[in-house]
Design a protein around this ligand. Structure first.
Ligand code: NDP
Ligand code: 2IT
Length: 442
Protein backbone atom coordinates (compact mmCIF):
# COMPACT_ATOMS: atom_id res chain seq x y z
CA UNK A 1 0.00 0.00 0.00
CA UNK A 2 2.69 2.50 0.93
CA UNK A 3 4.54 1.81 -2.34
CA UNK A 4 1.41 2.71 -4.28
CA UNK A 5 0.89 5.90 -2.27
CA UNK A 6 4.50 6.97 -2.79
CA UNK A 7 4.23 6.32 -6.54
CA UNK A 8 1.08 8.48 -6.61
CA UNK A 9 2.81 11.26 -4.69
CA UNK A 10 5.71 11.25 -7.15
CA UNK A 11 3.37 11.33 -10.11
CA UNK A 12 1.18 14.10 -8.77
CA UNK A 13 4.06 16.20 -7.48
CA UNK A 14 6.82 15.82 -10.09
CA UNK A 15 10.19 17.50 -9.65
CA UNK A 16 9.82 17.89 -5.88
CA UNK A 17 12.54 15.57 -4.54
CA UNK A 18 12.56 17.02 -1.01
CA UNK A 19 8.83 16.36 -0.66
CA UNK A 20 9.23 12.82 -1.97
CA UNK A 21 12.05 12.24 0.51
CA UNK A 22 10.00 13.40 3.51
CA UNK A 23 6.95 11.36 2.46
CA UNK A 24 8.96 8.21 1.75
CA UNK A 25 10.52 8.17 5.21
CA UNK A 26 7.16 8.59 6.94
CA UNK A 27 5.38 6.00 4.77
CA UNK A 28 8.11 3.43 5.42
CA UNK A 29 7.77 4.01 9.16
CA UNK A 30 3.99 3.84 9.33
CA UNK A 31 3.52 0.78 7.12
CA UNK A 32 3.15 -1.51 10.17
CA UNK A 33 0.55 0.86 11.68
CA UNK A 34 -1.50 0.70 8.48
CA UNK A 35 -1.16 -3.11 8.53
CA UNK A 36 -2.54 -3.18 12.04
CA UNK A 37 -5.44 -0.78 11.39
CA UNK A 38 -7.81 -1.71 8.54
CA UNK A 39 -9.96 1.31 9.47
CA UNK A 40 -7.08 3.65 8.53
CA UNK A 41 -6.68 1.87 5.21
CA UNK A 42 -10.38 2.01 4.44
CA UNK A 43 -10.63 5.71 5.29
CA UNK A 44 -7.52 6.34 3.10
CA UNK A 45 -5.89 8.21 5.97
CA UNK A 46 -2.41 8.01 4.44
CA UNK A 47 -3.62 9.04 0.97
CA UNK A 48 -5.30 12.08 2.51
CA UNK A 49 -2.35 12.90 4.74
CA UNK A 50 0.04 13.37 1.79
CA UNK A 51 -2.33 15.71 -0.07
CA UNK A 52 -2.33 19.28 1.33
CA UNK A 53 -5.74 20.59 2.35
CA UNK A 54 -5.00 23.90 0.62
CA UNK A 55 -2.09 25.40 -1.34
CA UNK A 56 -1.78 29.13 -1.88
CA UNK A 57 0.64 30.69 -4.38
CA UNK A 58 0.83 34.41 -4.89
CA UNK A 59 2.73 37.28 -6.47
CA UNK A 60 4.76 39.53 -4.16
CA UNK A 61 5.72 42.76 -5.94
CA UNK A 62 7.82 45.36 -4.12
CA UNK A 63 10.04 48.36 -4.88
CA UNK A 64 13.76 48.25 -4.04
CA UNK A 65 15.87 51.19 -2.82
CA UNK A 66 16.78 52.13 -6.41
CA UNK A 67 13.11 52.48 -7.27
CA UNK A 68 13.11 49.26 -9.34
CA UNK A 69 10.12 46.95 -9.17
CA UNK A 70 10.95 43.43 -7.98
CA UNK A 71 8.69 40.39 -8.17
CA UNK A 72 8.91 37.38 -5.85
CA UNK A 73 6.67 34.40 -5.31
CA UNK A 74 4.83 33.73 -2.05
CA UNK A 75 3.64 30.37 -0.72
CA UNK A 76 1.44 29.06 2.07
CA UNK A 77 0.59 25.40 2.19
CA UNK A 78 -2.07 24.51 4.74
CA UNK A 79 -1.38 20.83 5.00
CA UNK A 80 -3.50 19.35 7.75
CA UNK A 81 -5.89 20.76 10.36
CA UNK A 82 -7.04 17.54 12.04
CA UNK A 83 -5.70 18.41 15.50
CA UNK A 84 -5.73 22.22 15.55
CA UNK A 85 -5.36 25.41 13.51
CA UNK A 86 -2.66 25.28 10.84
CA UNK A 87 0.71 26.19 12.36
CA UNK A 88 4.19 26.49 10.92
CA UNK A 89 6.95 28.85 9.91
CA UNK A 90 7.75 31.05 6.92
CA UNK A 91 11.06 30.64 5.08
CA UNK A 92 12.62 33.44 3.00
CA UNK A 93 15.48 32.02 0.96
CA UNK A 94 16.29 32.06 -2.78
CA UNK A 95 16.13 28.24 -2.86
CA UNK A 96 12.45 28.24 -1.84
CA UNK A 97 10.06 26.59 -4.30
CA UNK A 98 6.91 24.56 -3.81
CA UNK A 99 8.78 21.29 -3.14
CA UNK A 100 10.63 22.81 -0.16
CA UNK A 101 7.48 24.30 1.35
CA UNK A 102 5.62 21.02 0.85
CA UNK A 103 8.29 18.94 2.56
CA UNK A 104 8.41 21.37 5.47
CA UNK A 105 4.61 21.49 5.75
CA UNK A 106 4.35 17.73 5.68
CA UNK A 107 7.00 17.33 8.41
CA UNK A 108 5.20 19.97 10.45
CA UNK A 109 2.01 17.86 10.72
CA UNK A 110 3.64 15.06 12.68
CA UNK A 111 6.02 17.37 14.55
CA UNK A 112 3.16 19.45 15.84
CA UNK A 113 1.27 16.32 16.83
CA UNK A 114 4.24 15.27 18.97
CA UNK A 115 4.32 18.56 20.89
CA UNK A 116 1.20 17.53 22.88
CA UNK A 117 -0.40 20.87 21.87
CA UNK A 118 -3.37 21.36 19.51
CA UNK A 119 -1.74 22.53 16.26
CA UNK A 120 -2.22 21.42 12.66
CA UNK A 121 0.57 21.61 10.09
CA UNK A 122 1.44 24.28 7.53
CA UNK A 123 4.42 26.10 6.05
CA UNK A 124 5.04 29.05 3.79
CA UNK A 125 7.61 31.47 2.55
CA UNK A 126 9.12 33.07 -0.48
CA UNK A 127 12.11 32.93 -2.82
CA UNK A 128 12.98 36.43 -1.54
CA UNK A 129 16.54 36.71 -0.21
CA UNK A 130 16.78 39.06 2.80
CA UNK A 131 20.59 38.89 2.60
CA UNK A 132 22.12 42.16 1.44
CA UNK A 133 18.78 44.02 1.52
CA UNK A 134 18.27 47.20 3.54
CA UNK A 135 15.79 47.23 6.42
CA UNK A 136 13.47 49.34 4.28
CA UNK A 137 13.57 46.83 1.44
CA UNK A 138 12.84 43.98 3.86
CA UNK A 139 9.95 46.01 5.29
CA UNK A 140 8.44 46.71 1.88
CA UNK A 141 8.74 43.08 0.92
CA UNK A 142 7.15 41.87 4.18
CA UNK A 143 4.29 44.36 3.79
CA UNK A 144 3.57 43.21 0.26
CA UNK A 145 3.78 39.56 1.34
CA UNK A 146 1.28 40.16 4.15
CA UNK A 147 -1.02 42.25 1.95
CA UNK A 148 -1.91 38.95 0.29
CA UNK A 149 -1.30 36.37 3.04
CA UNK A 150 -3.64 38.10 5.53
CA UNK A 151 -6.68 36.67 3.69
CA UNK A 152 -5.77 33.11 4.59
CA UNK A 153 -4.50 33.32 8.16
CA UNK A 154 -5.88 34.15 11.60
CA UNK A 155 -5.34 33.21 15.25
CA UNK A 156 -7.81 30.29 15.00
CA UNK A 157 -7.13 29.50 11.33
CA UNK A 158 -3.42 29.51 10.54
CA UNK A 159 -0.59 30.99 12.61
CA UNK A 160 2.74 31.56 10.80
CA UNK A 161 6.13 32.07 12.50
CA UNK A 162 9.81 32.26 11.56
CA UNK A 163 12.18 29.85 9.83
CA UNK A 164 15.30 30.42 7.70
CA UNK A 165 15.53 34.12 6.82
CA UNK A 166 12.56 35.08 8.98
CA UNK A 167 13.42 36.36 12.45
CA UNK A 168 12.10 39.04 14.78
CA UNK A 169 12.61 41.84 12.24
CA UNK A 170 10.52 40.16 9.55
CA UNK A 171 7.84 39.02 12.03
CA UNK A 172 7.55 42.63 13.24
CA UNK A 173 7.02 44.07 9.75
CA UNK A 174 4.51 41.37 8.83
CA UNK A 175 2.60 41.76 12.09
CA UNK A 176 2.35 45.53 11.63
CA UNK A 177 0.81 45.07 8.19
CA UNK A 178 -1.63 42.39 9.33
CA UNK A 179 -2.81 44.59 12.19
CA UNK A 180 -3.28 47.55 9.88
CA UNK A 181 -5.32 45.63 7.31
CA UNK A 182 -7.48 43.68 9.77
CA UNK A 183 -7.70 46.31 12.49
CA UNK A 184 -7.24 43.69 15.16
CA UNK A 185 -4.51 42.82 17.65
CA UNK A 186 -4.45 39.04 17.90
CA UNK A 187 -1.94 36.24 18.15
CA UNK A 188 -1.83 35.68 14.39
CA UNK A 189 1.95 35.25 14.28
CA UNK A 190 4.33 33.77 16.84
CA UNK A 191 7.87 34.87 17.54
CA UNK A 192 6.57 38.39 18.22
CA UNK A 193 8.56 40.98 20.18
CA UNK A 194 8.36 40.68 23.96
CA UNK A 195 6.70 44.10 24.26
CA UNK A 196 3.82 43.22 21.94
CA UNK A 197 2.64 39.70 22.71
CA UNK A 198 5.72 37.58 22.17
CA UNK A 199 6.57 34.77 24.57
CA UNK A 200 9.72 34.58 26.62
CA UNK A 201 11.90 31.63 25.53
CA UNK A 202 10.53 31.59 21.94
CA UNK A 203 13.83 33.01 20.64
CA UNK A 204 15.82 30.33 22.42
CA UNK A 205 13.22 27.57 22.11
CA UNK A 206 14.34 25.49 19.13
CA UNK A 207 17.97 25.42 20.25
CA UNK A 208 17.21 24.87 23.94
CA UNK A 209 14.57 22.27 23.10
CA UNK A 210 17.08 20.43 20.92
CA UNK A 211 19.46 20.17 23.85
CA UNK A 212 16.71 19.04 26.26
CA UNK A 213 15.91 16.29 23.74
CA UNK A 214 19.60 15.44 23.39
CA UNK A 215 19.89 15.09 27.18
CA UNK A 216 17.19 12.40 27.07
CA UNK A 217 19.10 10.60 24.31
CA UNK A 218 22.32 10.80 26.34
CA UNK A 219 20.55 9.41 29.42
CA UNK A 220 19.75 6.27 27.43
CA UNK A 221 23.37 6.06 26.31
CA UNK A 222 24.70 6.57 29.84
CA UNK A 223 26.73 9.59 28.64
CA UNK A 224 27.17 13.04 30.14
CA UNK A 225 26.91 16.33 28.24
CA UNK A 226 29.52 17.95 30.47
CA UNK A 227 32.88 17.92 28.74
CA UNK A 228 31.48 16.54 25.46
CA UNK A 229 32.85 18.00 22.22
CA UNK A 230 30.15 19.25 19.86
CA UNK A 231 29.88 20.50 16.28
CA UNK A 232 26.84 22.67 15.50
CA UNK A 233 26.34 23.70 11.89
CA UNK A 234 24.71 27.00 10.97
CA UNK A 235 24.95 30.21 12.98
CA UNK A 236 21.33 31.30 12.90
CA UNK A 237 18.57 31.14 15.47
CA UNK A 238 18.67 27.39 16.06
CA UNK A 239 22.42 26.94 16.16
CA UNK A 240 23.14 29.97 18.35
CA UNK A 241 20.72 28.98 21.13
CA UNK A 242 21.66 25.31 20.98
CA UNK A 243 25.26 26.38 21.53
CA UNK A 244 24.25 28.75 24.34
CA UNK A 245 22.51 25.92 26.22
CA UNK A 246 25.39 23.52 25.56
CA UNK A 247 27.88 25.99 26.99
CA UNK A 248 25.70 26.53 30.07
CA UNK A 249 25.82 22.76 30.58
CA UNK A 250 29.61 22.56 30.23
CA UNK A 251 29.94 21.09 26.73
CA UNK A 252 32.63 22.35 24.37
CA UNK A 253 31.46 23.54 20.95
CA UNK A 254 34.36 23.53 18.48
CA UNK A 255 32.76 24.36 15.11
CA UNK A 256 29.92 26.43 13.60
CA UNK A 257 29.17 27.53 10.02
CA UNK A 258 27.15 29.66 7.63
CA UNK A 259 26.27 29.11 3.99
CA UNK A 260 29.81 30.07 2.91
CA UNK A 261 32.01 28.05 5.24
CA UNK A 262 32.84 26.97 8.78
CA UNK A 263 35.02 28.00 11.71
CA UNK A 264 36.92 25.66 14.01
CA UNK A 265 38.00 26.92 17.43
CA UNK A 266 39.54 24.21 19.59
CA UNK A 267 39.43 26.55 22.60
CA UNK A 268 35.65 26.47 22.31
CA UNK A 269 33.62 28.89 20.18
CA UNK A 270 33.17 32.35 21.68
CA UNK A 271 29.39 32.64 21.24
CA UNK A 272 29.25 36.35 22.07
CA UNK A 273 31.34 37.07 18.96
CA UNK A 274 29.14 34.85 16.77
CA UNK A 275 25.97 36.48 18.11
CA UNK A 276 27.25 39.99 17.46
CA UNK A 277 28.45 39.11 13.95
CA UNK A 278 25.29 37.24 12.92
CA UNK A 279 22.45 38.74 14.97
CA UNK A 280 23.49 42.39 15.13
CA UNK A 281 25.93 43.11 12.30
CA UNK A 282 24.55 40.51 9.83
CA UNK A 283 28.09 39.63 8.76
CA UNK A 284 29.76 36.38 7.68
CA UNK A 285 31.07 33.66 10.01
CA UNK A 286 34.55 34.05 8.48
CA UNK A 287 34.85 37.41 10.24
CA UNK A 288 35.16 35.43 13.51
CA UNK A 289 38.80 34.59 12.82
CA UNK A 290 39.74 38.28 12.61
CA UNK A 291 38.90 38.50 16.31
CA UNK A 292 40.05 35.00 17.25
CA UNK A 293 43.25 34.43 15.28
CA UNK A 294 43.82 30.96 16.75
CA UNK A 295 40.58 29.78 15.18
CA UNK A 296 40.51 28.54 11.60
CA UNK A 297 38.07 29.35 8.77
CA UNK A 298 37.44 26.86 5.97
CA UNK A 299 35.48 27.77 2.84
CA UNK A 300 32.56 25.40 1.99
CA UNK A 301 29.97 23.89 4.34
CA UNK A 302 30.19 20.12 4.12
CA UNK A 303 33.70 19.84 5.61
CA UNK A 304 32.35 20.76 9.04
CA UNK A 305 31.39 17.07 9.50
CA UNK A 306 35.04 16.07 9.30
CA UNK A 307 35.77 17.99 12.52
CA UNK A 308 36.18 15.39 15.29
CA UNK A 309 33.34 15.47 17.81
CA UNK A 310 31.31 13.39 20.26
CA UNK A 311 27.99 14.97 19.27
CA UNK A 312 26.93 16.44 15.91
CA UNK A 313 24.05 18.88 15.58
CA UNK A 314 23.04 19.74 12.01
CA UNK A 315 21.36 23.10 12.58
CA UNK A 316 21.52 24.78 9.16
CA UNK A 317 19.45 23.27 6.36
CA UNK A 318 18.07 20.19 4.56
CA UNK A 319 20.36 17.42 3.32
CA UNK A 320 23.50 18.94 4.81
CA UNK A 321 24.78 15.54 6.04
CA UNK A 322 25.21 13.05 3.22
CA UNK A 323 26.39 9.44 3.41
CA UNK A 324 30.05 10.40 3.17
CA UNK A 325 29.76 12.98 5.94
CA UNK A 326 27.87 10.49 8.12
CA UNK A 327 30.61 7.89 7.64
CA UNK A 328 33.23 10.46 8.57
CA UNK A 329 31.38 11.31 11.79
CA UNK A 330 31.17 7.61 12.72
CA UNK A 331 34.84 7.08 11.90
CA UNK A 332 35.75 9.99 14.19
CA UNK A 333 33.91 8.49 17.16
CA UNK A 334 30.75 10.60 17.15
CA UNK A 335 28.11 8.83 19.29
CA UNK A 336 25.04 11.09 19.00
CA UNK A 337 23.39 13.16 16.27
CA UNK A 338 20.36 15.37 16.95
CA UNK A 339 18.73 17.34 14.14
CA UNK A 340 17.96 21.00 14.83
CA UNK A 341 17.36 21.74 11.15
CA UNK A 342 14.52 20.14 9.16
CA UNK A 343 15.57 16.97 7.30
CA UNK A 344 19.31 17.78 7.48
CA UNK A 345 20.40 14.14 7.04
CA UNK A 346 19.90 12.34 3.74
CA UNK A 347 18.20 8.89 3.91
CA UNK A 348 21.61 7.31 3.21
CA UNK A 349 23.18 9.22 6.11
CA UNK A 350 20.41 8.09 8.48
CA UNK A 351 21.05 4.49 7.45
CA UNK A 352 24.73 4.92 8.36
CA UNK A 353 23.84 6.29 11.80
CA UNK A 354 21.31 3.57 12.59
CA UNK A 355 23.55 0.78 11.32
CA UNK A 356 26.40 1.99 13.49
CA UNK A 357 24.19 2.36 16.59
CA UNK A 358 24.72 6.11 16.76
CA UNK A 359 21.97 7.68 18.90
CA UNK A 360 19.93 9.60 16.35
CA UNK A 361 17.32 12.26 17.17
CA UNK A 362 15.21 13.00 14.05
CA UNK A 363 14.19 16.57 13.28
CA UNK A 364 10.45 16.32 13.78
CA UNK A 365 11.06 15.23 17.36
CA UNK A 366 14.34 16.97 18.24
CA UNK A 367 13.54 20.43 16.84
CA UNK A 368 9.89 20.56 17.92
CA UNK A 369 10.73 22.91 20.80
CA UNK A 370 10.39 25.95 18.55
CA UNK A 371 6.86 25.26 17.43
CA UNK A 372 5.95 23.95 20.90
CA UNK A 373 6.91 27.31 22.39
CA UNK A 374 4.96 28.98 19.59
CA UNK A 375 2.02 26.95 20.88
CA UNK A 376 2.73 28.31 24.35
CA UNK A 377 2.80 31.83 22.87
CA UNK A 378 -0.66 31.23 21.32
CA UNK A 379 -1.90 30.02 24.68
CA UNK A 380 -0.60 33.12 26.50
CA UNK A 381 -2.08 35.40 23.79
CA UNK A 382 -5.49 33.77 24.19
CA UNK A 383 -5.35 34.30 27.94
CA UNK A 384 -3.85 37.80 27.54
CA UNK A 385 -1.21 36.80 30.06
CA UNK A 386 2.51 36.19 29.92
CA UNK A 387 4.47 33.58 31.80
CA UNK A 388 7.94 34.08 33.26
CA UNK A 389 11.06 32.79 31.54
CA UNK A 390 11.38 30.05 34.17
CA UNK A 391 7.83 28.83 33.78
CA UNK A 392 7.93 28.81 29.97
CA UNK A 393 11.33 27.12 29.94
CA UNK A 394 10.11 24.45 32.36
CA UNK A 395 7.12 23.75 30.11
CA UNK A 396 9.43 23.48 27.09
CA UNK A 397 11.70 21.07 28.93
CA UNK A 398 8.74 18.87 29.92
CA UNK A 399 7.39 18.87 26.35
CA UNK A 400 10.76 17.76 24.96
CA UNK A 401 10.96 14.98 27.52
CA UNK A 402 7.46 13.90 26.57
CA UNK A 403 8.30 13.89 22.85
CA UNK A 404 11.30 11.68 23.54
CA UNK A 405 9.19 9.34 25.68
CA UNK A 406 6.46 9.10 23.00
CA UNK A 407 8.97 8.32 20.24
CA UNK A 408 10.82 5.80 22.39
CA UNK A 409 7.60 4.03 23.41
CA UNK A 410 6.25 3.82 19.85
CA UNK A 411 9.57 2.41 18.58
CA UNK A 412 9.47 -0.20 21.33
CA UNK A 413 5.83 -1.07 20.63
CA UNK A 414 6.51 -1.65 16.95
CA UNK A 415 9.56 -3.82 17.57
CA UNK A 416 12.29 -1.32 16.75
CA UNK A 417 13.62 -0.27 20.16
CA UNK A 418 15.88 2.78 20.07
CA UNK A 419 14.85 3.78 16.53
CA UNK A 420 13.51 7.28 17.16
CA UNK A 421 12.93 7.88 13.44
CA UNK A 422 10.30 5.17 13.30
CA UNK A 423 9.09 6.05 16.80
CA UNK A 424 8.54 9.76 16.11
CA UNK A 425 6.81 9.07 12.80
CA UNK A 426 4.45 6.51 14.33
CA UNK A 427 3.66 8.48 17.50
CA UNK A 428 2.90 11.64 15.49
CA UNK A 429 0.93 9.75 12.86
CA UNK A 430 -1.28 7.87 15.31
CA UNK A 431 -2.60 11.07 16.89
CA UNK A 432 -3.36 12.66 13.51
CA UNK A 433 -4.83 9.43 12.09
CA UNK A 434 -7.21 8.96 15.03
CA UNK A 435 -8.37 12.58 14.66
CA UNK A 436 -8.88 12.33 10.91
CA UNK A 437 -10.83 9.12 11.34
CA UNK A 438 -13.08 10.65 13.99
CA UNK A 439 -13.82 13.69 11.81
CA UNK A 440 -15.00 11.75 8.77
CA UNK A 441 -14.08 12.17 5.12
CA UNK A 442 -13.26 15.88 4.91
P1 NDP B 1 18.37 31.23 10.30
O1 NDP B 1 18.01 31.94 9.07
O2 NDP B 1 18.36 31.97 11.60
O3 NDP B 1 19.81 30.58 10.16
C1 NDP B 1 20.09 29.65 9.17
C2 NDP B 1 21.55 29.26 9.25
O4 NDP B 1 21.79 28.19 8.35
C3 NDP B 1 22.47 30.39 8.84
O5 NDP B 1 23.70 30.25 9.50
C4 NDP B 1 22.61 30.14 7.34
O6 NDP B 1 23.79 30.71 6.78
C5 NDP B 1 22.65 28.63 7.30
N1 NDP B 1 22.13 28.17 6.01
C6 NDP B 1 20.92 28.49 5.46
N2 NDP B 1 20.79 27.92 4.25
C7 NDP B 1 21.91 27.23 4.05
C8 NDP B 1 22.38 26.44 2.99
N3 NDP B 1 21.64 26.24 1.88
N4 NDP B 1 23.60 25.87 3.12
C9 NDP B 1 24.33 26.07 4.24
N5 NDP B 1 23.95 26.82 5.26
C10 NDP B 1 22.76 27.38 5.18
O7 NDP B 1 17.41 29.97 10.38
P2 NDP B 1 17.08 29.02 11.62
O8 NDP B 1 18.25 28.90 12.51
O9 NDP B 1 15.78 29.44 12.16
O10 NDP B 1 16.83 27.64 10.86
C11 NDP B 1 17.82 26.63 10.71
C12 NDP B 1 17.15 25.30 10.47
O11 NDP B 1 16.33 24.97 11.60
C13 NDP B 1 16.22 25.24 9.26
O12 NDP B 1 16.27 23.93 8.71
C14 NDP B 1 14.84 25.45 9.88
O13 NDP B 1 13.82 24.91 9.08
C15 NDP B 1 15.01 24.68 11.18
N6 NDP B 1 14.08 25.03 12.25
C16 NDP B 1 13.93 26.30 12.70
C17 NDP B 1 13.08 26.59 13.73
C18 NDP B 1 12.94 27.94 14.29
O14 NDP B 1 12.20 28.09 15.29
N7 NDP B 1 13.61 28.96 13.80
C19 NDP B 1 12.26 25.53 14.35
C20 NDP B 1 12.55 24.20 13.87
C21 NDP B 1 13.42 23.99 12.84
P3 NDP B 1 23.78 32.21 6.18
O15 NDP B 1 23.90 33.11 7.37
O16 NDP B 1 24.97 32.23 5.29
O17 NDP B 1 22.50 32.35 5.45
O1 2IT C 1 10.18 24.20 11.47
C1 2IT C 1 9.61 24.68 12.48
O2 2IT C 1 9.09 23.96 13.33
C2 2IT C 1 9.59 26.14 12.62
N1 2IT C 1 10.19 26.84 11.79
C3 2IT C 1 8.85 26.78 13.75
C4 2IT C 1 7.41 26.94 13.39
C5 2IT C 1 6.56 27.69 14.38
O3 2IT C 1 5.38 27.85 14.08
O4 2IT C 1 7.05 28.14 15.43
Amino acid sequence: MVKRILADVKKRNPNEPEFHQAVEEVLESIAPVLDKHPEYREAKIADRLVEPERQILFRVPWVDDKGQVQVNRGFRIQFNSAIGPYKGGLRFHPSVYIGIIKFLGFEQILKNALTTLPMGGSKGGSDFDPKGKSDNEVMRFCQSFMAELYRYIGPDTDVPAGDIGVGSREIGYMYGMYKKIRNEFTGVLTGKGLDWGGSLVRTEATGYGLIYFLLEMLKDLGKNIKGATVVSSGSGNVSIYAVQKLQQLGAKVVAMSDSNGYIVDHNGIDLKTVQRLKEVERKRIKDYVKEHPKAEYVEGCNGIWSVKCDIALPNATQNEIDEKAAKKLVENGCYAVAEGANMPSTPEAIKVFLKNKIAFGPAKAANAGGVATSGLEMCQNSMRLSWSFEETNKRLEKIMQSIHAQAKAAAQEYGQPGNLVVGANIAGFEKVARSMLAQGIV
